[in-house]
Design a protein around this ligand. Structure first.
Ligand code: CO
Length: 134
């Protein structure tokens, strides 16, 4: 069912400093920061030849990544994002198999303007999984 690895997301406290690590130290192609108020984060995308890295920094009060950063003060891998051909069909299959979809299970517009869903880490080996419509 899942297709390409769309991105690996890393939560960070200081997105400018984090972007500099990828730009200056690792020599990667790094986007400008974009505020995503609907998701409570600011994002930077790093384009690699075979996938992307998404840096996410808390935006505003009650950001969904605050708890993660409280547990991981140096930042860390927050989620992986897999592409699916049909996000609603994927949701039906996962729910039928007993997997928990976070929130109200309605796909939301993600950072790339495509519908996304998040799956409970306890059902996926301790890792938060994002599904994105390909
Ligand atoms: Co993501």
């Amino acid at each position: 069912m899942i297709g390409r690895l769309n991105h690996v997301a890393m939560a960070v406290r200081d997105i400018a400093a984090a972007a500099d690590v990828y730009r200056k130290v690792l020599g990667a192609q790094v986007s400008a920061p974009v505020a995503q108020p609907a998701h409570g984060v600011t994002t930077v995308f790093i384009t690699l030849p075979n996938t992307k890295i998404e840096l996410i920094e808390p935006l505003g009060a009650g950001s969904p990544i605050e708890k993660f950063l409280a547990r991981n003060p140096d930042g860390g891998i927050h989620h992986v994002c897999y592409e699916v051909d049909d996000i609603l069909a994927a949701r039906e299959r996962l729910v039928a198999l007993g997997a928990r979809v976070l929130g109200d299970a309605t796909p939301k517009m993600g950072a790339h303007g495509k519908p996304v869903l998040f799956l409970h880490p306890k059902d996926f080996l301790g890792t938060l999984v994002e599904l994105e419509q390909a």
